[in-house]
Design a protein around this ligand. Structure first.
Ligand code: NDP
Ligand code: MG
Length: 383
């Protein structure tokens, strides 16, 4: 039996995680959860999981009301509440389904507490990869990815063996504007961008898919998780999102993880700690697969190059990359910034924010706030 704390229970990954916990009551007990502003969802979770003892919401006013309604529960609020929730809940596993930088400190704390961390929150891996790997090297906790490509890569590398792998092909749908030219994107709206062709996900990652910053993040994530270096990971366009990634073997064969685009599978792999049956699809050429594949054009999606350059710079660069991207994506979603300016804000911030080698967690937090401030002002100035 695993006692689980779920961070971000009301989101796309969060609700799908609840589905899986519900289906496996003999294996999992939900003992704590957090959500942001969708507090109406608290009663649904408590109805389905009476084992919950502690929870956290984003705003203190909501927490005050909930404490009156549920006097037997410990109810926390805010960013510090996420840490109190982790500190005061006796758990084996933490599922991090938060979106954005807010997921970093909880991920670090979960590992410090020795928990099994199943993380969908890729921003924490992109920004804090060094710190997270440092904790893992000290034997603190365990990290299992939830992102579908990384679950696929983990399964495939386990099957093939890293020493027998020539390279990793990470697949990309191309997002909502994949059939439009770059010059036709100047006036696209948030509603256009949110219509993802193959996946149903939260708003922020859907925009990151449209710019393909998401794929840049995922190549960095693969380096952090598997220590392979970003040159080992080649993006490949794949329209159907059925092939979650591919390992090309030194034997000349392609090993693919194939299934419908549904995050329940990768989440299940993570919370089951890899204990799920898996057989790769093995072909001599990608033409043998009944799907479309095409080369990646870095000029069409410059966000990928920005992410890789930032990762090469190291230090606090990825914190700048991520903070600028978050600010710009939310500005676009609120109609304060044109779509193509998202990348421009990231480019601007990477030049403007001073570089730091080997930042501490506090320095990453400081870099995050300084970058946001700078980008907010820059966007305002441009309006
Ligand atoms: P959603 O926006 O659907 O959900 C995010 C969750 O985080 C919600 O529960 C939200 O609460 C909570 N939250 C957001 N901001 C805060 C905050 N400041 N304080 C506390 N809680 C907060 O995101 P997704 O589920 O789509 O994505 C989660 C993570 O998983 C992201 O890092 C994403 O990149 C990654 N991922 C997602 C995939 C998907 O299919 N969705 C696939 C692969 C990776 P509320 O809504 O109540 O305000
Ligand atoms: Mg992914």
């Amino acid at each position: 039996m695993r006692r689980v704390v779920l961070l971000g229970a009301s989101g796309s990954i969060g609700t799908q995680t609840l589905d899986i916990l519900k289906r496996n009551p003999s294996r999992f007990e939900l003992v704590g959860f957090s959500l942001g502003k969708r507090v109406g969802f608290v009663s649904d979770v408590l109805r389905d999981f009476p084992s919950v003892k502690n929870l956290c919401v984003q705003n203190e006013e909501d927490a005050v009301n909930l404490r009156k309604k549920y006097p037997n529960l410990q109810i926390y609020s805010g960013d510090s509440g996420l840490i109190s929730l982790l500190d005061h809940t006796d758990a084996d596993m933490v599922v991090n389904a938060l979106v954005g930088f807010v997921g970093l400190v909880p991920s670090v704390r979960a590992l410090e507490l020795g928990r099994i961390l199943c993380s969908a929150n890729k921003e924490s891996l992109v920004v804090g990869g060094e710190i997270i790997n440092g904790l893992l090297r000290q034997g603190k906790g365990k990290l299992i990815p939830i992102d579908s490509e990384h679950v696929a890569i983990a399964k495939l590398l386990r099957h093939v063996g890293i020493e027998n792998a020539e390279r990793i092909l990470i697949t990309a749908s191309g997002g909502s504007f994949r059939d439009r030219k770059r010059e036709d994107l100047a006036h696209v709206t948030p509603a256009d961008a949110l219509a993802h062709p193959t996946w149903s996900m939260g708003a922020k990652i859907t925009i990151d898919s449209a710019t393909m910053m998401n794929k840049g993040f995922e190549i960095i994530e693969a380096d952090v998780l598997f220590g392979v270096g970003t040159d080992f990971v080649t993006p490949v366009m794949h329209r159907e999102s059925y092939v979650h990634s591919i390992v090309e073997g030194k034997d000349g064969l392609f090993y693919a993880d194939v299934s419908a685009p549904d995050m329940h599978g990768p989440i299940e792999y993570a919370v089951m700690e890899g204990d799920v049956p898996f057989e790769p699809t093995v072909v001599k050429s990608l033409d043998e697969l009944p799907f479309h594949f095409a080369g990646f054009d870095p000029k069409r999606y410059p966000a990928v190059g920005l992410a890789l350059e930032s990762h090469r710079q190291g230090g606090n660069s990825n914190a700048v990359l991520n903070a600028a991207n978050e600010e710009a994506v939310y500005a676009f979603l609120e109609n304060r910034l044109p779509f193509l300016q998202i990348e421009e804000e990231v480019r601007y911030a990477l030049k403007a924010v001073p570089h730091l080698d080997e930042p501490t967690l506090d320095q990453l937090i400081d870099t995050d706030s300084r970058t946001r401030q700078l980008v907010r002002e820059h966007i305002k100035g441009g309006e």
